[in-house]
Design a protein around this ligand. Structure first.
Ligand code: NDP
Length: 461
């Protein structure tokens, strides 16, 4: 490795999914690597995203499971949910995982700076807290994103609201929460809080949540919010948040439809933006997109020859497994002698609503625009488990098949464990599976997933 002129072969800014993978793999190839993280090792996913969120989903879902268990004959007193105990245990696990992320780096020989890093020039990084300056042959920007919040001009009283970082710092369970947004975070947390017994209101500016997803998925998730007891107010935004001291529900929220609501927590889940503020990218002339995302080529390279970027800061797909793979491909290419790009197509993903959404490939409207004629298969049924407990939860499966070659180009599942199912289906879709191959696969009985190989009749809409 060429370290003659520089302190490091690689300096990574950001200790989240993309950064740690890129740093570790590069170090394993023999590169001299440093990584700086200003907050906690693990990044959004581990510290204030996927991992703690999933624990909150589990906590919330236990409430439903306890109710269901009674219908199966269990003599269970539901009792109260001890939010403080749960949060303490959850944070303990987050801290344990953060430690593993740290030891993964140090064991690989990466020098970790637990402080902020900023760029001075294409090969020089300053660490303002310690006053150090280090140089590197290559720099990887993996700083991720940060929740976007409207300013006080855009939303008077916005300072009273929490964001998706603050939601993990709540010390007590809200009585009544108002969530603004209709994306992944808003719908997941609406279900989490409703399941924990919180009176939950979702305020969304559009007509139907999860814009961009398959229309059937949107319809079912939207209806499912209401079935879960969530008050859903559409085509509406928050106009003002006022604090009234001394009240149990201290926030008075005015909506632009004239409604006023009281709550003890107001949660803005209105998207995320790249966390590039103060990094020095503009000054260096690093090309940025409209929302501040770092523009990169398929090898994650920016317009500056010594600078690369991976993960949410590039806004290609804001998902942990994507960031990991982008970081890995970068390290293989630049330090492993095996140039490799990341394929961003047909990435399976889940939305952890209750029940979950699992999706891979294209929604119907995009498949139609791209391929023209399609065969659509849909099924919607009550899972066996629910017959005894009377639950209204249904399972929905949709296959989108390209008519000419019968390739399955989209699979959308809503139901318990849909996230687990779609991971498996994702393998087949990535292999170019055809509808005939689904039909040729023998079912596993009795399961919910078996319906995916027994859909014979085309949907006639
Ligand atoms: P999303 O982009 O998914 O959703 C943002 C929501 O906020 C949309 O409903 C949007 O409305 C609304 N919105 C945006 N701006 C405004 C505004 N000015 N006024 C009112 N509403 C507004 O972002 P999230 O923050 O929910 O999540 C960020 C990303 O993180 C996701 O896209 C996803 O990639 C990732 N993520 C993945 C998860 C998973 O894999 N399970 C879980 C959580 C996050 P509109 O639809 O009209 O634009």
């Amino acid at each position: 490795m060429s370290t003659h002129n520089y302190d490091y072969d690689l300096f990574v800014i950001g200790g989240g999914s993309g950064g740690v993978r890129g740093a570790r793999i590069a170090a394993q190839y023999g590169a001299k690597v440093a990584l700086a993280e200003e907050y906690r090792m693990g990044g959004t996913c581990v510290i204030r995203g996927c991992v703690p969120k999933k624990y909150m989903v589990y906590a919330s879902d236990y409430g439903h499971k306890l109710d269901e268990a009674k219908t199966y004959g269990w003599d269970i007193q539901k009792g109260d949910f001890d939010f403080a105990t749960f949060m303490q245990r959850m944070h303990k696990e987050v801290t344990r995982l953060s430690g593993i992320y740290m030891s993964g780096q140090t064991n690989a020989g990466v020098d970790v700076f637990e402080e902020r890093a900023e760029l001075i020039d294409p090969h020089t990084i300053k660490l303002p807290s310690s006053g150090k300056t280090v140089s590197a042959d290559k720099i990887l920007i993996a700083v991720g994103g940060t929740p976007w919040m409207p300013s006080a001009d855009e939303l008077p009283g916005a300072e009273h609201a929490i964001d998706s970082n603050g939601v993990f710092q709540l010390t007590k369970l809200p009585r009544r929460i108002i969530i603004m947004g209709g994306g992944y975070i808003a719908v997941e947390f609406a279900h989490i809080f409703a399941g924990l017994g919180v009176e939950t209101t979702l305020v969304y500016r559009g007509p139907k949540v999860l814009r961009g997803f398959d229309e059937d998925v949107r319809d079912i998730v939207h209806a499912g919010l209401k079935t879960a007891g969530i008050q859903v107010i559409t085509e509406t935004v928050l106009d003002r948040i006022e604090k009234i001291d001394g009240q149990v529900l201290p926030y008075r929220v005015s909506l632009n439809n004239g409604m006023r609501l009281l709550a003890d927590v107001v949660f803005m889940a209105v998207g995320r933006v790249p966390a590039i503020a103060g990094l020095g990218l503009e000054e260096l002339g690093v090309a940025l997109g409209k929302r501040g995302e770092v523009v990169v080529d398929e090898y994650s390279k920016t317009n500056i020859p010594s600078i690369w970027a991976v993960g949410d800061v590039t806004r290609r797909m804001e998902l942990t497994p994507v960031a990991l793979r982008e970081g890995h491909a970068f390290a293989d290419t630049e330090f492993g002698g095996t140039p490799r790009t990341m394929n961003h197509e047909d990435i399976a993903t889940a939305v952890f609503t209750q029940p979950e959404v699992g999706t891979v490939g294209l929604p119907e409207h995009e498949a139609r625009a791209k391929y023209g004629e399609l065969d659509i298969y849909k099924t919607n049924f009550g899972p066996m488990k629910n017959v005894l407990n009377g639950s209204e939860t249904r399972v929905f499966i949709k296959l989108i098949v390209k008519q000419d070659d019968q390739r399955v180009v989209g699979v959308h599942i809503i139901g318990p464990d849909a996230g687990e199912m779609i991971q498996m289906v994702g393998i087949a879709v990535n292999m170019g599976v055809t509808k005939q191959q689904f039909d040729d696969t023998c079912a596993v009985h009795p399961t919910m997933a078996e319906e995916i190989v027994t859909m014979r009749a085309k949907w006639v809409g």
